[in-house]
Design a protein around this ligand. Structure first.
Ligand code: NAD
Length: 265
């Protein structure tokens, strides 16, 4: 199946630091859009066969077709459906996510619970599902797409911040348990990335504040960032793939900021 990808996209990159994932299989949740899409593409470019899991059927199929991978249409809030995803994978990228912005006293309880299911329970269920294969092979990579909101809080994002802080803890426990089996577990912690999830927030904030979109980006989103531009999804994907490469097997239980200096303040 890997050769199917090679036929579509050419051989993996060569050279120092190049990541060759030929013969490896990956599962990327939320692989139909944004960071997940870019990560699916980057893993496939490194030679992996990629399972693209997303609730958006058209998006999952488009990314799978473009990468020579396999699409899985799934609602990650549904534990039974999560259990039907492939477990025999070497790389698990827990990426799918959603946002809801409201003060705690107005935050809908069902929305809070949905965000925990998709962004914390599903990663746990998928680790449980995929780790036996990784342990059997003596090699595995758990890449958890967290956020700077896994390390810091913002007002009105209680469900998202709680889920990401939970994912940080889950990732560290997986690092301790996986170490004797050649399995690493890490979080990647982006600031604001140019994806549909953030573009929606920019439009909403521009309308709410009555200011242009570029002012929302510069004055609201990037207020704490030293580098005054959004991150591109490919930049986050490159870190995810690097964690699967030959020089990062000693990095585990870590949280890697991709934040333009936000955390330096
Ligand atoms: P996105 O909206 O572009 O993509 C998210 C994908 O997840 C979509 O394809 C969506 O269909 C899928 N998804 C959502 N709920 C699902 C469900 N119940 N079942 C299956 N699929 C589901 O978002 P993105 O910006 O690429 O975000 C990806 C991850 O990166 C998220 O975990 C997010 O929290 C994190 N993140 C994003 C940013 C940012 O600025 N965009 C910053 C830090 C962290």
């Amino acid at each position: 199946m890997t050769s199917q990808f090679h036929a579509a996209s050419g051989p993996p990159a060569q050279g120092p630091g190049a990541v060759d994932l030929s013969g490896r299989t990956a599962l990327v949740t939320g692989g139909g859009s944004g960071i997940g899409r870019a990560t699916a593409e980057a893993l496939a470019a490194a030679g992996a066969l990629v399972h693209v899991a997303d609730r958006d059927a058209d998006a999952a199929k488009a990314v799978a077709a473009a990468t020579g991978g396999v699409a899985h249409v799934v609602d990650l809030a549904d534990a039974e459906a999560v259990g039907a995803l492939p477990g025999a994978v070497d790389i698990l990228v827990n990426n799918a996510g959603l946002q809801h912005v409201a003060p705690i006293e107005d935050f809908p309880a069902d929305r809070f619970e949905l965000i925990q299911k998709v962004m914390l329970t599903a990663p746990f269920l998928l680790m449980r599902h995929c780790l036996p294969h990784m342990y059997a092979g003596g090699w595995g990579r758990l890449v958890n797409v967290s956020s700077m909101h896994g390390l810091r809080a913002s007002a009105f994002k209680s469900a998202y911040v709680a889920a990401k802080h939970g994912l940080e803890g889950l990732s560290k426990v997986a690092a301790l348990e996986g170490a004797p089996h050649g399995v690493t577990s890490n979080c990647v912690n982006p600031g604001y990335v140019r994806t549909p999830l953030v573009e929606g927030q920019i439009a909403a904030q521009a309308a709410a504040h009555g200011i242009p979109s570029d002012e929302v980006v510069a004055d609201v989103l990037l207020d704490r960032s030293a580098i005054k531009r959004l991150i591109e999804p490919e930049e986050v994907a490159a870190v995810c793939v690097w964690l699967c490469g030959p020089h990062t097997s000693y990095i585990t239980g870590a949280s890697l900021p991709v934040d333009g200096g936000w955390g330096a303040r």
